[in-house]
Write a protein that binds this ligand. Structure first.
Ligand code: CO
Ligand code: ZN
Length: 334
């Protein structure tokens, strides 16, 4: 699975510019799909029909977002330095000395204006990107160009670190589950590789309003409470996938939470319960689409979310795949 993870997490895909990620995923899921569509926003929708004769097939939407946080050039100085704005939740204290990469491969280094007070954190607009240009004219990048943070994937034992585990690791879980669902499930499955989650779950909102699912499951990362001086939270790396109970945008359907727990226990999959103080996922717009749907989320615990070194545990990833497969293969008796 690590080769798949590497190729996805190193790909270029800030919100609104997910084409390269979609081009990587599409051939991987095509062999398992009954139908593939790309909607107007760019969501990749992979349908796997219910087994023939299934008495009461539910429409189940599974969403993992392809986009990642990044930056966009807003102004180029006369000397060829780039001022930029954020795409999604970029923390300005992760910027200085970082590197970004544009769609054409141009690499930039992030510098900051003079720092007089080292105890203060410069806001994003006091940073600039240096792509080696000397003037506006010879600058290879234009206003409106997007970049992502540039870091290679590393394996550190069971810990896997990359700049976009949020949420390429959710995409990996979806792809791997599709592969393992050899037999058609009793439900009509729609795997949606969504766009623009990091700027407000926009892709999943459009897709869910188009599909009107009965049951919705997001696959995304969540924070952990297992590093020094962090906000207390009962999720840690290596203790299994987390079944979301609540975040700041959604209360998961209580029956679906119970069903996920039961399926995990039956299959002997270690799991945790997640109450996230802040943030939300594609499960929120799916829950609220049309007349509403039964919604939940399987989370992959992740340290240093929205930094260039997002870190997950390989065992948690495997557990998330197993839990999703167990859930989709059985009856949805929530
Ligand atoms: Co995120
Ligand atoms: Zn995410």
């Amino acid at each position: 699975m690590n080769d798949l993870i590497r190729s996805l997490v190193e790909a270029f895909g800030p919100s609104g510019f997910e084409d390269a990620v979609r081009d990587l995923i599409r051939p991987l899921v095509e062999p398992y799909a009954d139908e593939i569509t790309v909607d107007a926003l760019g969501n990749l929708i992979v349908r796997k029909k219910a087994v023939a004769g299934s008495p009461n097939p539910l429409k189940v939407m599974i969403a993992a977002h392809m986009d990642e946080i990044g930056v966009m050039v807003s102004h180029i100085t006369e000397k060829g330095f780039l001022r930029f704005t954020n795409i999604g939740g970029v923390h300005s204290h992760t910027l200085l000395g970082g590197r970004v990469r544009f769609a054409d491969g141009t690499i930039g280094v992030i510098g900051s204006d003079r720092i007089d007070d080292r105890s203060a954190i410069h806001p994003i607009n006091k940073h600039f990107i240096d792509v080696g240009a000397t003037s506006r004219e010879d600058c290879p990048v234009k206003v409106g160009d997007a970049a992502h943070f540039y870091r290679p994937f590393v394996e550190r034992g069971r810990h896997l670190t990359a700049k976009s585990m949020d949420d390429r690791i959710g995409c990996v879980v979806a792809i791997e589950a599709l592969r393992r669902l050899a037999e058609p499930a009793p439900h009509d499955l729609y795997f949606v590789f969504s766009v623009q989650e990091e700027v407000g779950t926009r892709g999943a909102e459009a897709a869910a309003n188009g599909l009107m699912p009965d049951v919705s499951i997001a696959l995304d990362v969540t924070l952990t409470g297992d590093v020094p001086e962090c906000r207390p939270m009962d999720v840690r790396l290596g203790a299994g996938p987390a079944i979301k109970v609540k975040d700041s945008g959604m209360i998961a359907h209580a029956g679906l939470v119970r069903l996920m727990r039961r399926r995990a226990e039956e299959a002997g999959i270690a799991y945790q319960l997640e109450v996230l103080d802040g943030g939300t996922t594609d499960a929120r717009p799916m829950q609220l689409a049309g007349p509403g749907s039964v919604a939940g989320c399987i989370s992959i615990p992740c340290r240093y979310v929205h930094s260039p070194s997002e870190t997950v545990d390989a065992g948690d990833v495997e557990g998330a795949v197993q839990l999703l497969v167990a859930l989709l293969q059985g009856e949805m008796d929530y």
